[in-house]
Design a binder for this molecule. Structure first.
Ligand SMILES: [Zn+2]
Length: 363
């Protein structure tokens, strides 16, 4: 078939033009990705960063502990690689039998695991235990990572209010009121049975005592009614150390828009969790850092950047594609930068909010 010379030339020119355009766009993307990574490195070196929930302590203490979720997502060298300065390391206790014997045994387990873990931390170079905003900032300044001791589940407190002082003296600075089942303190979000319709009478005393001592009241895992009661009773701001956004994913562990607004209104924090079940219905391999950023975006729209942060839940179900472990933390920063978050917004999100929160509750 005959194609005229001019037509052939025209096709050739268009192809060359398309090729050049494609090359330059991909080069531009490549360059901007590199620049984003560089900007994230710079950001993390400069600003204090903290993750308000992992379940790594038990993993360190009992590496062969049977568990269905991914393990070994946090080590101190990986924290450095990921540009994470600090984390709340929670001693997790599943809800057991609610008898005097059960409570005593839970108290002994919590105490033993906590002491063992803190001994381990003290044996590690470049890491320190932190109890306050000042500790956290000093450690950052002096090049140390920080471990903030926490308890996930008030079950080991049983019905003994004096144990709050006991755990405070052992270093605990945050307690998740309950886990998936109701306990002596309150109703849990994953328990179908509403036992108290929120906080128990003992739970009211627990919140007041935590306020007095300066222990962060963690409302992740609490039922809708429990959160309402806590917000009414607490004289200090409260924190959801690892929760998602209910309006994006209808999971009972996630927070409704009005709950996010109410926590923020009281000066508290909503720390977005990274477990895929809290984020999306998509298959495992399709849930990525973008999904985490979607939850962050939504929570920020409701509460403002001054009330949002991150609580990975690593070694307890946290992590998605692109955030497989703590060494990948900068990928969150990169995604948020891509979405236009400023240095100020990122500094609030990554650490300044939490430092302010600790100052408020420990005063
Ligand atoms: Zn949890």
């Amino acid at each position: 078939m005959f194609i005229c010379k001019f037509k052939a030339m025209k096709i050739f020119k268009i192809s060359i033009f398309t090729l050049i355009l494609t090359l330059s766009v991909s080069q531009l993307n490549g360059q901007s990705e590199k620049e984003l990574a560089k900007a994230a490195d710079k950001f993390h070196a400069k600003h204090f960063t903290i993750d308000t929930h992992n379940d790594t302590a038990l993993h360190f203490n009992n590496p062969n502990r049977g568990h269905s979720v991914t393990k070994g997502q946090v080590t101190f060298p990986m924290m450095r690689e990921g540009g994470l300065d600090a984390a709340f390391f929670a001693i997790f206790l599943g809800q057991g039998v609610r008898s005097e014997e059960g409570h005593n045994s839970a108290k002994e387990t919590a105490e033993r695991e906590l002491v063992n873990f803190l001994e381990y931390v003290k044996s590690q170079e470049g890491v320190r235990i932190a109890h306050s905003a000042d500790d956290l900032l000093m450690n950052k300044r002096e090049g140390y990572l920080s471990v903030v001791p926490a308890l996930e589940n008030g079950y080991p407190i049983g019905k003994d209010i004096s144990l709050l002082t006991h755990f405070y003296k052992l270093g605990v600075r945050a307690i998740t009121l309950c886990h998936n089942k109701n306990n002596e303190i309150c109703d849990a979000s994953m328990d179908a049975n509403s036992e108290y319709g929120g906080l128990s009478e003992f739970g009211v005393l627990v919140v007041k005592e935590m306020n007095r001592l300066g222990i962060a009241v963690d409302v992740s895992h609490a039922s809708v009614e429990t959160l309402k009661d806590v917000l009414a009773v607490s004289t200090k701001p409260v924190i959801a150390t690892h929760s998602g956004v209910w309006s994006i994913k209808h999971h009972n562990r996630n927070l409704r828009d009005e709950e996010i607004a109410a926590i923020a209104e009281k000066g508290g924090l909503i720390q977005i969790a990274t477990g895929r079940f809290f984020l999306s219905d998509k298959p495992k391999e399709e849930v990525t850092v973008k999904d985490i950023a979607d939850h962050i975006d939504h929570a920020v729209k409701i509460a403002g950047i001054e009330h949002i942060g991150i609580g990975t839940d690593f070694d307890g179900g946290g992590g998605v594609v692109g955030l497989e472990n703590v060494s990948k933390m900068k990928n969150i920063t990169i995604e948020l930068m891509r979405r236009g978050y400023t240095e100020y917004q990122l500094s609030r999100f990554w650490g300044e909010n939490l430092l302010d929160f600790l100052r408020k509750i420990q005063n």
